[in-house]
Structure formats: structure tokens, C-alpha cells
Ligand binder design. Structure first.
Ligand code: OSB
Ligand code: MG
Length: 387
């Protein structure tokens, strides 16, 4: 197999204002500071990745500034010391790094895009994807009132989205779900608590959610609490879906073995990239656990990677991958992500992530940049891609 000759990793910090504030149990996001990663080959080909860390460590331990430090100080040097001949090798090379999956994923996914571009194949096919259309749902943040929430749900259903997910937190849960069920009836509906409840305090209200026929309750309890999730799942008829709790393949194995969930949300950043996502998806398939693709308010670059990942056969439930226009007045792709009227997104035949990055716009938006040399000075050029 031909080899990648990775020369540089370039980090670009940009900030995109969200069209509407996004409120979850952990806080309000009004703009998205993010790192766009370019993986640059000796041939000049460029792969793009996005670091999905939030500005502050409120969703997980990672943050934008910490990710920058880890990529520049640890990931780039490790890829210099042991060059990756293929995208598939990157996760193993970075394996000794504890945590920091979003930092790893930002670079790993960029290298997957680079490799697919060098091979001239769409990334989704290169990963082994089989779903040519991706089923899409939306995540709706906490709103200022129930009426505003109902208006939002109505608009998203009218746009064709196949599943509505409501953000909840203690004190703002049953009322929201009841209002949406009363107004919209038997739609595919789920809730996401972003770990805001505890088994000791909230088992009662979480059990009351069983009355509403939800598709799932996503991450009700803290990320470390697999045992409490297992206890809670045993009390519920509704499936628990884990998001924050699943940071690795081993986490997924343990969650499944403990019965801590019946559904898994896979996010590329949270699990460390495409290789990890693919193996968790396979594990879930082997155990009859449906998976779906979560979102982190990504720019089009992260969205495009999510689409590629969602083409894998284990992704059987609608994901949180919506149109660029739901979040951004202007995305950083030349051709933004759009959703068909039936709530599907097409996996494209174009090489790599399938969308061209708007490099001019990225440059204009960039407030900080750093180019990391990842080739050892005396390293011999390795075989070129087409040979
Ligand atoms: O828990 O799924 C989550 C956004 C930021 C952090 C965590 C989550 C979310 C979302 C938004 O729900 C999903 C999206 O990108 O549309
Ligand atoms: Mg979630």
C-alpha cells in the first residue's frame, strides 16, 4: 500500500458566531471558537480536520487552548518520531496519550481526509461506509419559554428532520416533553441531559419520562457513572443512550457489559477519531446496540467528517448532523452542508470529506496560526501515493 508523506500540521484558530445561542444543562454557547487542522503532504495535498473541544472544559475535560497545546507539544512530535504510513496507523501512534481525544481526533481525521484525497476516493467509502444517505435529526437547546420551543420544533419538522432531541436539565424536563408530545403527537423524540442528573436525587423524575415513549434518554448521569447508569437503565423502559460516558472502545465494552445503555452516540472528537469510531460502531453492531452520530456545533468541516462516519453500517438511528445553515450565516466550506426535504443528507462521490474548504475565508477568520513540521530533517522521502 502506498504511504502518506506527511510534512506539516497547521493549526488555525477561528471563531464563528452562532445564529442563535445554544443552551444546554452545562451552559450557553453564543459563538464557536475552534481549531481547524490542515494535514499537509509532501505533494502539497491538504486534509482538513476540526477540533470539537469547546472553549471551556464544561462538556468534557478538553478545551480549545488545551487542545492547541497538546497538538503542538505532544501530537506533532509523536508523529515526527514515528511517521504514520497510513491514516489507520495514527490512532496507534497516538495511543500512549491519555485522554485528549478531541485533540487526537482533530489531527487523525485530517490525515484520513488527506489519505482519501491522495487515493482519489470519498472518505466515506475509504472508511468502509455503505449508507449513501444519512438520516438526520436535530438537537434543540433550552429555550426562553415552552412556546418558543414549540415554534422551533415545528420549524424543524417542517424542514424534514426525522428526529427531534430536546435538551433538558433538572426542573426543565417533564414540562417540555409533555408540551411537545401534546402538540406534535407521535414524532421520534428524545431528550439529552448532558449529565445533569444524579441517581440519588432524580431517579423519580427520570422514571416519569417513561410515560412519554421517548426514543432515548441521552446521558442523564455523570460521565464516570456507568454503574449508576446500569442501575437506572434497569428501572426504565426507555433506552438510555450514552454520550459523555463513552470516550473509548473499552468504555463502550464496559457500558454494554454492565447494561448501562441500550444505544450509543458516537462523536469523532469524544472517542479520538475515525479508527476509534469505526471500532466502537463494529462492537455495537456485534452486540445489537444501535448507534448514531452526535454533534458538537461543528463547522462544515466537522459536519463533513460526521457524514462520512455515519455511512458506516452500525449507524442506524438519525444523527445530530443538520444543515450548515441551522448554525452558521456563512460556513467555511465553498459548498455548504444541506439536508434533503425528507431529512436525509447525501454522502458525496467527491474525494476526501466531499466538500471543499473555503481556504480564503478560513484565512480571513484566522486569529492564531501555527505550522508544525512533522517530518524528521534527515528522513528519506517515502514512496509516493500513486506508485
Ligand atoms: O450533548 O450532544 C450533545 C452540542 C454541544 C455539546 C454537546 C452536545 C451538543 C448538541 C448539539 O446536542 C448537536 C449539534 O451539533 O447539532
Ligand atoms: Mg449529548
Amino acid at each position: 500500500m502506498a504511504a502518506i508523506d506527511l510534512k506539516q500540521i497547521r493549526l488555525n484558530e477561528i471563531c464563528l458566531p452562532l445564529k442563535h445561542a445554544f443552551e444546554t444543562s452545562f451552559g450557553v454557547t453564543t459563538e464557536r471558537r475552534m481549531i481547524i487542522v490542515e494535514a499537509i503532504d509532501a505533494s502539497g495535498a491538504v486534509g482538513f480536520g476540526e477540533c470539537t473541544a469547546m472553549e471551556r472544559p464544561l462538556y468534557s475535560h478538553e478545551s480549545v487552548d488545551a487542545a492547541w497545546t497538546v497538538i503542538a507539544g505532544t501530537i506533532a512530535p509523536m508523529l515526527s518520531a514515528e511517521p504514520a504510513a497510513a491514516a489507520e496507523d495514527v490512532a496507534r501512534i497516538l495511543g500512549p496519550i491519555k485522554g485528549n481525544q478531541m485533540s487526537n481526533a482533530a489531527v487523525e481525521t485530517a490525515i484520513w481526509d488527506l489519505e482519501a484525497k491522495l487515493l482519489g476516493v470519498p472518505l466515506w467509502k475509504h472508511l468502509g461506509g455503505t449508507n449513501e444517505t444519512i438520516n438526520s435529526g436535530v438537537s434543540i437547546g433550552l429555550q426562553s419559554s415552552v412556546d418558543v420551543l414549540l415554534e422551533k420544533v415545528e420549524a424543524e419538522l417542517a424542514a424534514g428532520y426525522q428526529r427531534i432531541k430536546l435538551k433538558i436539565k433538572p426542573g426543565r424536563d417533564l414540562e417540555l416533553v409533555r408540551a411537545v408530545r401534546e402538540r406534535f403527537g407521535d414524532i421520534l423524540l428524545s431528550v439529552d441531559a448532558n449529565s445533569a442528573y444524579t441517581l440519588a436525587e432524580h431517579a423519580g423524575v427520570l422514571q416519569q419520562l417513561d410515560d412519554f415513549g421517548l426514543l432515548m434518554i441521552e446521558q442523564p448521569l455523570r460521565a464516570g457513572d456507568l454503574i449508576d447508569h446500569a442501575k437506572l437503565q434497569a428501572k426504565l423502559t426507555t433506552s438510555i443512550c450514552l454520550d459523555e460516558s463513552i470516550a473509548s472502545f473499552v468504555d463502550a465494552q464496559q457500558a454494554i457489559e454492565l447494561g448501562a445503555c441500550r444505544i450509543i452516540n458516537i462523536k469523532l472528537g469524544r472517542v479520538g477519531g475515525h479508527s476509534a469510531a469505526r471500532s466502537i460502531q463494529q462492537l455495537a453492531r456485534d452486540n445489537d446496540i444501535p448507534v448514531w452520530c452526535g454533534g458538537m456545533l461543528e463547522s462544515g468541516i466537522g459536519r463533513a467528517h460526521n457524514i462520512a462516519m455515519s455511512s458506516l453500517p452500525g449507524f442506524v438511528l438519525p444523527g445530530d448532523i443538520s444543515a450548515s445553515a441551522r448554525y452558521w450565516a456563512q460556513d467555511i466550506l465553498l459548498d455548504k452542508v444541506t439536508v434533503n426535504p425528507n431529512g436525509t443528507i447525501n454522502a458525496r462521490p467527491t474525494p476526501g470529506i466531499g466538500y471543499e474548504a473555503d481556504t480564503h475565508r478560513i484565512k480571513t477568520l484566522t486569529t492564531r496560526t501555527e505550522t508544525l513540521n512533522v517530518s524528521r530533517p534527515n528522513r528519506q522521502a517515502i514512496s509516493s501515493y500513486n506508485s
